[in-house]
Design a protein around this ligand. Structure first.
Ligand code: HEM
Length: 150
């Protein structure tokens, strides 16, 4: 029978793909609005996709925090084996994934609130492009690529 830990860990793993797709779309949309000097930051499209990316990354943050405290690959790995004895795969899950992704989501949140305070469409697109782009870069750098494809 599946435990609550299995369900939340699976949800965290599946949400990765959805967060990534929506974040990439929000980033590309903002960059194209910025570079093509679109005059309006549209509620129906630009605001919606950026807000959707923000909400999904916050849900992922919340799930990640819960998983961190209940999974054997999170805090338990550090307390049972000791930080210095973790191998690189275990370190990625217990240390690097949480810290890097928290910073990434903080950047995305800063981008959202900065864009809110800007008046012009150009400045709004620019804030989303820069901060979502940086957040995305951090997330992509800390994905377990070698465990997925190695
Ligand atoms: C956008 C943010 C995040 C992304 C993209 C992400 C991505 C991932 C990925 C790809 C895995 C491996 C899943 C697998 O191999 O099936 C994972 C596992 C894990 N993540 Fe995250 N994560 C994020 C945020 C967080 C946060 C904020 C925390 C904790 C504070 C966290 C804690 C964990 C833990 C403990 C695991 C290991 C779970 C297990 O295997 O038992 N994650 N994450």
């Amino acid at each position: 029978m599946k435990t609550i830990q299995d369900i939340l860990t699976s949800a965290h793993s599946v949400l990765v793909y959805i967060v990534l797709i929506v974040l990439i779309l929000a980033f590309l949309n903002a960059v194209s609005g910025w570079l093509s000097k679109r005059e309006k930051f549209e509620m129906s499209k630009d605001l919606r996709i950026s807000l959707f990316a923000l909400i999904l990354s916050h849900i992922q943050l919340l799930l990640g925090l819960i998983v961190y405290f209940i999974s054997s690959n999170g805090l338990n790995a550090i307390t049972s084996i000791g930080i210095g004895n973790l191998n690189s795969a275990a370190r990625l899950m217990a240390l690097e994934n949480p810290t890097t992704n928290i910073i990434a989501i903080v950047l995305i949140t800063i981008g959202w609130s900065k864009h809110n305070r800007k008046e012009t469409a150009e400045a709004k697109f620019k804030m989303i492009s820069l901060y979502y782009g940086l957040g995305l870069l951090l997330i992509l750098r800390r994905l377990p690529w070698s465990q997925w494809f190695g």
